[in-house]
Design a protein around this ligand. Structure first.
Ligand code: HDD
Length: 707
């Protein structure tokens, strides 16, 4: 007997659209009106996408079912290799706007005209984790910017940290092997808290400056929107007369710097592994477009020759206090991708993508990168024509004689596919131009050899400078992070070896960590190729806390409500937050919402167990007098309060919250981080207090055991 066929389906209506109810009760839209017909990749209309072609209802699938074959074939090949580093990332479109002409410094077209806008694509990432890892891993963040200029694509493939682990690209595979999962067991995922990583670090003194940075809160940013970006290397800018100026690139977030605390990061990874990508997506969708200013540190050969460190050494910075930043433009992200794979996954950044007026230096890390990035695209994108993908294609006209290869889509027309040729005019194709990319004619003379400059050998001075530039709270976080990571290291000798390096950086830090680890014997300081300079001045620009936004704009308050919540308090808080450009999100016992004191319905964004306080920058506990009793017996409600308290967040509250506070073991008179909301003015004071982002004074009391 024949099985069920389309003809046996019954028609029904659903949301005013014509639908078919299939045999399994499933609902399908049929083509017609504005809905296009489903087709195969070849464009052939498909009549049944539910059943493969069978010989009888219980018989085998027929090989002639080309629709089934095509569908499964394509599915089986959907994945491309993930990036060997920076696999997990999130991208967005935007533009760069030039503030002023820099024609005296560079001939780069993008910097010639004030007010000019250039299309941009940015991809943020973590380094070590695989594509599906969590956003709040303690890790460096990639900050890769593609600028589609009128003279070709210029990529600044940077990080949110201005220094790197290693000085020579030949060590990159070792570094990444050591950081990623250990090869025998395949874990731990997306974390450096394991033996291999710290074994390698402790054997590479040149990594010590970076070690300080990665153990700081820079590696647990609150959001991509609140972090700096750096080109890391020294580059050159070259003007029309051929004059070269050294340059370091900085992206400064207009939203100010902000990070989370480590315990919060650990919990965020469970509560919302997509916390960072969701934040960026939401901000852009809401029209709250994040912005960064491009800052340049410009200096000449004379400065480079006399600076304490080699400007070709990517493990060093030039403090902003020594070479101030010149702000020359802004980057605005104002459009989410249409398709994650087509854009974020297939975008190919390459340090080699520079434009006339920008040039490389001999930084050995940069030189190695220039080789590596082109190479990796072949592996990931499958052929030499990855520049034909819309996300990678230049926006300016391009003409060349490269042809064919897998998936070639833009082979040039005409007879000439070589040059020189004697086909005149258009038929002859493009020709070289004097305005093209030309290398700065730096005189090079040297003996071939596997050598490194003596000027690269000071590994501790800037690590120390970074540490002393931090506030006390931030120094505590560094000590706590080192203690945490090394406590996960199973081999005591590796723990001790790391401490031996810390002794060369800051003795007090070394002792704090040794105490935190309960190290029985203090090791000797590691042998230093050069002793740390102790006279480098602190650079306040290196602190996150000292460079906060002094505003709560773009931040979010989690507001705990129940039936009976006082509506006037909610309204006052909401309008104070809106005036600041901040958001409020309601968390309730049930996602459907609550009925406030005057009968107003407040829709919740989160059910309490899906909306822990780690998702928010500050919290407001505003239950109703009756509703609070249910909350007070709910473990997740107590966690909401406890975590907000432990993470040094500002806590606004209304009188009924006291019942929950009591169960959670906190009292509102504990410190000034608690703000009672009695009047409209209180709501404003709460928002003003929140501009500090955290009530740091509380932290030493709640985490005294950290270091
Ligand atoms: Fe790299 C990706 C940043 C050193 C080799 N790197 C990659 C990405 C960023 C950086 C942001 C992700 C780009 C994207 O979103 O697609 N890398 C850096 C910085 C470095 C650095 C700031 C030091 C200053 N990288 C570095 C070295 C090498 C590489 C020394 C190799 C010699 N990096 C790669 C790579 C990746 C990459 C293997 C993986 C995927 C890709 O390039 O497209 O080629």
């Amino acid at each position: 007997m024949a099985g069920h066929r389309n003809s046996e389906r019954t028609e029904a209506t659903f949301s005013d659209e014509k639908v078919l109810v299939g045999t399994g009760g499933e609902v399908h839209q049929v083509a017609g009106g504005d809905v296009p017909p489903l087709t195969t990749q070849q464009g052939t209309p498909v009549s049944d996408d539910q059943n493969s072609l069978r010989a009888g209802t219980r018989g085998p699938t027929l090989m002639e079912d080309q629709h089934f074959r095509e569908k499964i074939f394509h599915f089986d090949h959907e994945r491309i290799p993930e990036r060997v580093v920076h696999a997990r990332g999130f991208g967005a479109h935007g533009f760069f706007e030039t503030y002023e002409s820099l024609s005296d410094i560079t001939s780069a077209d993008i910097f010639q005209r004030a007010g000019e806008k250039t299309e941009a694509f940015v991809r943020f990432s973590t380094v070590a984790g695989n594509k599906g890892s969590a956003d709040l891993a303690r890790d460096v963040r990639g900050f890769a910017v593609k600028l589609y200029t009128k003279e070709g694509n210029w990529d600044i493939v940077g990080n949110n940290i201005p220094v790197f682990f290693i000085q020579d690209a030949i060590k990159f595979p070792d570094l990444i092997h050591a950081a990623k999962q250990e090869p025998d067991r395949g874990f731990p995922q997306a974390q450096t808290a394991h033996d291999n990583f710290w074994d390698f670090m402790s054997l590479m003194p040149e990594a010590m400056n970076m070690v300080m940075w990665i153990m700081s809160d820079r590696t647990i940013p609150r959001s991509f929107r609140f972090m700096e970006g750096f080109g890391v290397h020294t580059f050159r800018m070259v003007n029309a007369e051929g004059k070269s100026t050294f340059v370091k690139f900085h992206w400064k977030p207009k939203q100010g710097l902000q990070s989370v605390v480590w315990n919060e990061a650990l919990k965020l990874n469970g509560a919302d592994p997509d916390f960072h990508r969701r934040d960026l997506w939401d901000a852009i969708q809401m029209g709250d477009y994040p912005e960064w200013e491009l800052g340049l540190q410009l200096f000449d050969e004379e400065f480079a020759d006399n600076f304490d460190f080699d400007v070709l050494d990517a493990t060093k910075i030039i403090p902003e206090e020594i070479v101030p930043i010149r702000v020359v433009g802004r980057l605005v992200l104002d459009r989410c991708v249409d398709n994650f794979f087509a854009e974020t996954e297939q975008v190919a950044f390459m340090t080699g993508n520079i434009v006339p007026g920008i040039d490389f230096t001999n930084d050995p890390l940069l030189q190695g990168r220039n080789f590596s990035y082109l190479d990796t695209q072949l592996k990931r994108l499958g052929g030499p024509n990855f520049t034909h993908l819309p996300i990678n294609a230049p926006r300016c006209p391009f003409h060349h004689f490269q042809q064919d290869g897998h998936m070639a889509m833009t082979n040039p027309k005409g007879r000439a596919n070589y040059e020189p040729n004697s086909w005149g005019g258009e038929a002859g194709g493009p020709r070289e131009t004097a305005k093209g990319l030309s290398a700065h004619p730096e005189a090079i003379d040297g003996e071939k050899g596997r050598v490194r400059s003596e000027r690269f050998s000071d590994h501790y001075s800037q690590a120390r400078q970074f540490y002393i530039s931090q506030t006390e709270i931030e120094q505590t976080h560094i000590a706590a992070a080192l203690t945490f990571e090394l406590s996960k290291v199973e081999t005591p000798a590796i723990r001790a070896r790391v401490v031996s390096h810390l002794l060369n950086i800051d003795e007090e830090l070394a002792h704090k960590v040794a105490k935190g680890l309960r190290l029985k014997d203090m090791p000797k300081p590691a042998d230093a190729a050069r002793p740390a300079k102790t006279d480098l001045e602190a650079s306040p620009k290196l602190s996150i806390i000292l460079n906060g936004p002094e505003s709560f704009a773009g931040r979010k308050v989690g507001c705990l409500v129940t039936d009976g919540t006082d509506i006037a308090t909610v309204k006052a808080l909401k309008s104070a937050l809106e005036a600041e450009g901040a958001l409020i999100e309601f968390v309730a016992p049930m996602v459907g919402g609550v009925e406030a004191s005057d009968g107003t319905w407040i829709e919740a964004k989160q059910k309490i167990n899906g909306g822990p306080s780690v998702l928010y920058d500050a919290v407001a506990i505003l239950p109703g007098a009756d509703g609070v009793d249910t909350l007070a017996n709910e473990a997740t409600a107590k966690d909401f309060v406890n975590d907000a308290f432990a993470h040094a967040k500002f806590i606004a509250y209304s009188e009924p919250a006291m019942t929950l506070f009591e169960k959670a073991g906190v009292t509102a008179d504990m410190d000034d981080g608690f703000v009672a909301l009695k009047t409209e003015a209180d709501a404003k004071s709460f928002v003003e207090a929140c501009r500090a982002l955290r009530f740091w004074e509380r932290e030493p009391k709640v985490h005294a055991a950290w270091a």
